[in-house]
Design a protein around this ligand. Structure first.
Ligand code: ADP
Ligand code: MG
Length: 578
């Protein structure tokens, strides 16, 4: 919590104003009982109407002043608290942008969402309360006690008796409530995870008739959250009546014993009422402090979760001194690269070496799980190699800034990802300043123009979240167009063509050839027809390159490649026969 307070910095002036207003409010509240005592003691006992009017008017003024201070104070502290949580949300979001894929394995996306939304809201709520009470409660408590004693020392034993009891109740409550708050956030994570998974996988849930099962899963998580919330509220619900009971007991005792002292002439009636009011103010501010103590641990639990995200060190970071690769364009070189995923037994890639240069097409072929995607993910440095080097334009990718490196690359991932927005928005993701003509051209090359023109609003047609309103092949083509718009030095297509039918695939590759003539192209593919005219084909098996060369050379030297070719050929022949 303390660490998050640094995001209050820009509000220094407002904070001073809030605290000043809080002081004003407490002074007004503490002044009122004194004035009332005066009215009762002097005004009423001497029938001095003039005095009553004057002091009454002053009381009214003080009240209005106090209320104004409190209204403006609450307004300002809401501003500060919401401003702070806005800042915290954006800091979390920005931090997460620099996470490498490794960090996403550590904190689930569902939990990241809870942390950005619910946890920040908890802190905001506490901030509003704290800003309002941090000053008023202690002032009222301490000055209130002094002023009460000034009115009458004889009744102070009532306060001395009641306060330890109240404090004990508060402490017991705290000890019981704190663990519940931490548990609450964890359960909320779980609930969000299930909801997130369910909504993304809604088609699978339906297809496998698992609606009942999912409902049960959600129910359990939902009930967990509810159970804890009920326990928390039960605690607070028992606390309130107990507190109120004690406060009322003390007010009855003050009147009871006060009246005895008044009738014996030891106490003026006005002083008794003033004492009563001070006692109420003291006990209520004690109650407020208690509320604060209940909410702070809750915010603390949230703050810990937020800080954990903010303090995570991304595994892949730019060096403090980065190099720029200016001399060469479009050169990729892998030198004896070996790579393993965290926790994997055997390396996903071992001893891979190859080079490629502008104008050349490098194809990577191999069975599922042979390491093709892993290999192309190393070029934009989505992961760091275990040994060996990845060089782009002659510079080790670890020495470049990630931004510089990735600006050279047009990456089309295996799983196309589109963002909610129009088609135009999605294509501009590649290059924001793209001209309309560039966008049209890219769509043409990617064979996307035809289906785009059939959509009601053309390029302005909306894409739903996750791209669910276009087909897999259409998504792939949009994702290709998005990469083409960048006009990068290096194109990487990770199995991009397998979602397309043979005809579109052939047309697309023919159009791409013209577009990528001067660029370096790396294509991951399953189909032999896609790789057949590549300048070099890398055949992967279990993370090892078992053959590198042209189609012709590999047909002579590489058994694995021959196996792939013959399996696809026979598949095609079988298709023809049936
Ligand atoms: P391909 O693209 O050739 O189908 P991949 O490169 O995706 O294969 O995967 C190669 C191997 O690495 C597989 O055995 C797969 O299980 C493993 N793998 C892929 N991604 C991850 C990951 N994020 N964490 C751990 N292992 C992974
Ligand atoms: Mg793959």
């Amino acid at each position: 919590m303390i660490k998050l307070l640094r995001y209050l910095k820009p509000y220094g002036v407002l904070l001073v104003a809030i605290f000043a207003l809080a002081v004003g409010q407490s002074v007004a509240n503490l002044y009122l009982p004194d004035l009332m005592a005066n009215i009762v003691n002097k005004g009423i006992s001497t029938f001095d109407t003039n005095y009553i009017w004057k002091t009454g008017g002053l009381m009214l003024l003080v009240t209005v002043g106090g209320v104004l201070c409190s209204i403006v104070g609450i307004y300002l502290s809401s501003q500060v608290a919401t401003g702070m949580s806005k800042k915290v949300r954006s800091v979390i979001f920005n931090k997460v942008q620099y996470f490498s894929l490794h960090e996403f394995d550590t904190v689930s996306t569902a939990s990241l969402i809870t942390r950005t939304t619910n946890d920040t809201a908890q802190i905001q709520q506490v901030m509003v309360m704290m800003l309002n009470m941090l000053i008023t409660a202690p002032i009222t408590l301490i000055v209130g006690i002094i002023l009460a004693l000034k009115q009458d020392v004889g009744l102070s034993w009532i306060l001395i008796a009641i306060m330890p009891v109240l404090i004990t109740v508060i402490v017991v409550l705290l000890i019981k409530a704190v663990p519940l708050f931490t548990a609450m956030q964890v359960k909320l994570d779980k609930l969000n995870l299930i909801l997130d998974e369910n909504l993304i996988g809604v088609r699978v849930v339906r297809a496998f008739n698992r609606i009942k099962h999912e409902e049960k899963r959600f129910d359990i998580a939902n009930r967990d959250v509810t159970d804890i919330a009920i326990k928390v509220n039960q605690l607070i619900a028992t606390m309130m009546p107990v507190m109120m009971f004690m406060i009322n007991i003390s007010s009855i005792s003050i009147i009871w014993f006060g009246s005895l002292r008044v009738s014996s002439g030891n106490l003026q009636i006005g002083a008794m009422f003033a004492f009563l009011q001070y006692a109420m103010q003291i006990l209520f501010s004690l109650l407020m402090v208690a509320m604060m103590f209940i909410m702070i641990p809750r915010a603390e639990a949230s703050a810990t979760r937020i800080n954990m995200v903010l303090e995570m060190e991304p595994e892949i970071k730019d060096k403090s001194k980065v190099k720029e690769a200016k001399e060469k364009r479009g050169y990729i070189e892998l030198k004896d690269v070996t790579f393993s995923y965290a926790g994997a037994e055997s390396p996903a890639l071992s001893h891979i070496s190859f080079t490629t240069s502008p104008g050349k097409v490098t194809a990577i072929i191999g069975g599922t799980g042979s390491g093709k995607s892993t290999l192309v993910n190393l070029i934009p440095r989505f992961y760091d190699v275990a040994s060996g080097e990845v060089l782009v334009d002659g510079v080790n990718v670890q020495d470049m800034s990630q931004e510089h490196l990735r600006s050279k690359i047009g990456f089309v991932p295996q799983k196309a990802v589109l963002f909610a927005g129009s088609i135009d928005d999605n294509l501009r993701y590649g290059k924001e300043s793209a001209m309309e003509a560039e966008i049209k051209h890219a769509a043409d090359v990617a064979q996307a123009s035809e289906f785009i023109s059939k959509m009601p609003d053309g390029f302005n047609s909306p894409i739903a979240q996750g791209g669910t309103n276009v087909s897999g092949g259409q998504m792939q083509r949009l994702s290709i167009a998005r990469a083409l718009i960048r006009k990068p030095e290096i194109y990487i297509f990770d199995d991009t063509f397998s979602a397309l039918d043979f005809k579109t695939d052939a047309k697309l590759r023919a159009a791409l050839k013209g577009e990528t003539r001067d660029a370096t192209v790396v294509i991951v593919a399953q189909r032999v027809s896609t790789v057949i005219d590549a300048d070099q084909i890398i055949v992967l098996e279990d993370g090892r390159a078992v053959g590198i060369g042209t189609h012709k050379k590999l047909m002579e030297t590489c058994d694995v490649y021959k196996g792939i070719v013959s399996s696809q050929l026979s598949a095609a022949e079988i298709e023809e026969e049936t």
